[in-house]
Ligand binder design. Structure first.
Ligand code: TYD
Length: 206
């Protein structure tokens, strides 16, 4: 059986990836694919409990990075790898590029520590495609505020934090242009959806 495909969505808070994730899942299912949708931190019972802590409990930067990767290890073992081995598609809201952007870029975790954790937790496995939703932090922040939800520990960060996160995503995309595609998220949702559909179709269904 053919190995499944792994697609991840990334971007600063408020970049508008949620509705586009649902659209990609619909596009794939309409083409007969079996799709597992998930998110990080989270995706498993343990991962969701770690998510609660990560989003709300103050902690040291390195603890934060370790817990992100602990949740990821569980997610890979319990869901992602079995799904891919069964030939299914996995569509995930965030993965290790988020740790690179938020913990290394945003918070200043040493790059070597990130590299070591990534090599430990998922050696030889990267998403087949990563879509980075890019837009200016001030526009993203306005979207977070207008959502009306209580902001979590990350969403309460200042604009310069999100500038660093954004730049780290762009830098990572430049280093892996085949895998990571930057999507201009400052456009109407239907325009973004059409671009993503074209990208997915060209890559796998043309
Ligand atoms: P997300 O699910 O996108 O938030 P929301 O449900 O509020 O849209 O992501 C949760 C937060 O966790 C987000 O602010 C980014 C952060 N995060 C990291 O800092 N590092 C990571 O490795 C991951 C996966 C997420």
């Amino acid at each position: 059986m053919q190995h499944g495909r792994f697609i991840t969505f990334e971007g600063i808070d408020g970049a508008g990836k949620s509705s586009q994730i649902a659209a990609v899942v619909d596009i794939l299912r309409a083409r007969g694919c079996t799709v597992e949708q998930s998110r990080e931190p989270g995706g498993t019972p343990l991962g969701e409990r770690l998510r609660e802590l990560l989003l709300h409990e103050p902690m040291n930067l390195e603890t934060e990075a370790l817990l992100m990767f602990a949740a990821r290890r569980e997610h890979l073992a319990a869901r992602i790898v079995p799904a891919l081995q069964a030939g299914n598609w996995v569509v995930c809201d965030r993965f290790s590029d988020a740790t690179y952007a938020y913990q290394v870029g945003g918070r200043g975790l040493a790059r070597e520590k990130f590299d070591a954790l990534e090599a430990w937790v998922h050696p030889g496995l990267q998403p087949d495609l990563t879509l980075v939703f890019d837009l200016p932090p001030e526009i993203a922040a306005a979207r977070v505020v207008s959502s009306g939800a209580q902001p979590d520990r990350f969403e309460r960060e200042q604009r310069d934090f999100f500038e660093r996160v954004r730049n780290a995503y762009l830098e990572r995309a430049q280093a892996a242009p085949q895998r990571i595609r930057v999507i201009d998220a400052n456009r109407p949702p239907e325009v973004i959806r059409a671009e993503i559909e074209q990208l997915v179709v060209e890559r796998w269904f043309a």
